[in-house]
Design a protein around this ligand. Structure first.
Ligand SMILES: C[S@@+](CC[C@H](N)C(=O)[O-])C[C@H]1O[C@@H](n2cnc3c(N)ncnc32)[C@H](O)[C@@H]1O
Length: 245
């Protein structure tokens, strides 16, 4: 694997091709995406509506699918990266190769729209939010998580995190981090009352995970760090909200 951050510009989607073998490794460079997918899926209630559709914007390799099992949704994933979509399809996701700022799906088709760790990668995140809200049926649920546009997020998610062997260098461009208040305002403009809260990995689980990384021990099933709520939204935050109408 080349060090994508040294070869490609920050946030270049081709980095995901270089990292394609990492997606489904629980202790790989995308480990935290697994933890976040679990926390995001916890915000999605089981559906009682036959044929209910969940549209997963920027689905990557479909990590969310593992945590939606049994909830009753058809899982459609939209992403730019074909190498990731191939893996998502292997995990039962119906894939659409496309840009989240112009999704080729009809208005109001989705019972749930998920946008996990996506908006901070999209230079025009407002266009992605508009699409997410357009896809939701009235009463449909938006769930997302992203990085805040703060000094703290730049320090922790870029300056510090990228010095760790477990985080790909150059995967984030802090210019595209998303201010939480602006996101709430933008969702409201499109009819979604978004509630946001700060989240972070739970400290005991994170320390045990880091120790296992140092000793080269695989994480036993069910022992991955949990994502927990935290008072500060300054770094990482989760949002959920229902579309009006
Ligand atoms: C950090 S990954 C998150 C993947 C997945 N949501 C998860 O949590 O495992 C960001 C994903 O967004 C995709 N992406 C970035 N910009 C995009 C765009 N404009 N349209 C579609 N996908 C995009 C990337 O290809 C990548 O798969």
């Amino acid at each position: 694997m080349r060090d994508a951050g040294l070869v490609l510009p920050r946030n270049d989607p081709r980095q995901y091709d270089d990292l394609a073998g990492e997606w489904w490794r629980p202790d790989g460079v995308f480990a935290m995406l697994h933890w976040l997918a679990r926390a995001r899926a916890a915000l999605v209630p089981p559906t009682t509506r036959p044929g209910a559709l969940l549209v997963d914007l920027g689905c990557g390799a479909g990590l969310l699918a593992a945590h939606l099992a049994g909830k009753g949704y058809r899982h459609v994933g939209v992403d730019l990266t074909r190498s990731a979509l191939t893996q998502a399809a292997e995990h039962g996701v119906t894939v659409v190769n496309g840009d989240v700022t112009a999704v080729p799906l009809v208005d109001g088709c989705a019972d749930v729209v998920a946008a996990g760790e996506l908006l901070e990668h999209v230079p025009d995140w407002r266009a992605a939010v508009a699409e997410a809200c357009r896809l939701l049926r009235p009463g449909g649920l938006l769930v997302l998580d992203t990085l805040n546009d703060t000094v703290a997020a730049r320090l922790i998610a870029v300056t510090i995190a990228e010095r760790l062997p477990t985080v790909p260098r150059g995967i984030h461009d802090p210019r595209w981090f998303v201010n939480d208040r602006e996101l709430v305002t933008e969702c409201a403009r499109h009819g979604v009352d978004l509630r946001v809260r700060g989240v972070r990995p739970g400290i005991p689980g994170l320390l045990r995970w880091m120790l296992r990384q140092v000793t080269g021990t695989a994480t036993p099933p069910g022992q991955a760090p949990r994502i927990v709520p935290t008072r500060s939204r300054a770094v990482l935050y989760q949002g959920h909200g229902v579309r009006d109408g």
